[in-house]
Design a protein around this ligand. Structure first.
Ligand code: CMP
Length: 139
């Protein structure tokens, strides 16, 4: 079944001029980009987006970091997209990510881990809606 996920290239990866590298990996990996935009989140927006992590000790730093510079937001589509994409980008901590994955190659540490990816169909729906209206997504 075709599935959609939400991903974003994080501020340190944009600042490091790896947008093209990451998008090339995504396209070559068989993911179709249905929507794409670059934007700079406010701290409040980052706080809302990562609300599920509100109780975690890294929440403050995370929202600071995610609002520190522009990000590239994307909606991807593929069969079994959510689980496959999480495998494709590698573990949250780039030091533990499998060789050849986006996070292993472009991530710095557990916070500056290059890309975000939705972790479930429910969260994918919420996260896509957070950034894109239906008419901003190609069919
Ligand atoms: P992401 O996949 O965007 O989901 C939550 C983010 O919190 C994670 O990637 C990291 O950028 C950040 N983070 C910082 N510290 C931790 C941690 N100890 N465990 C998990 N995520 C962390």
């Amino acid at each position: 079944m075709l599935e959609r996920t939400y991903t974003m290239i994080k501020p340190e990866c944009v600042a490091g001029r790896h947008i093209g590298d990451v998008i090339a990996r995504i396209e070559k990996g068989g993911y179709k980009i249905l929507g794409i935009k670059m934007l700079h989140m406010s701290k409040q927006d980052a706080g809302k987006f990562y609300e599920i992590h509100k109780a975690r000790p890294f929440y403050g730093e995370l929202t600071e970091f995610m609002s520190s510079g522009p990000i590239v937001a994307m909606v991807l589509e593929k069969e079994n997209c959510i689980a496959d994409y999480r495998q494709f980008i590698g573990a949250t901590n780039p030091k533990e990510a499998a060789a050849g994955t986006i996070r292993a190659d472009f991530g710095t540490d557990i916070q500056c881990n290059c890309v975000h990816a939705s972790d479930s169909p429910e969260n994918a729906k919420i996260e896509i809606k957070f950034f894109f209206s239906e008419r901003e997504l190609v069919g």
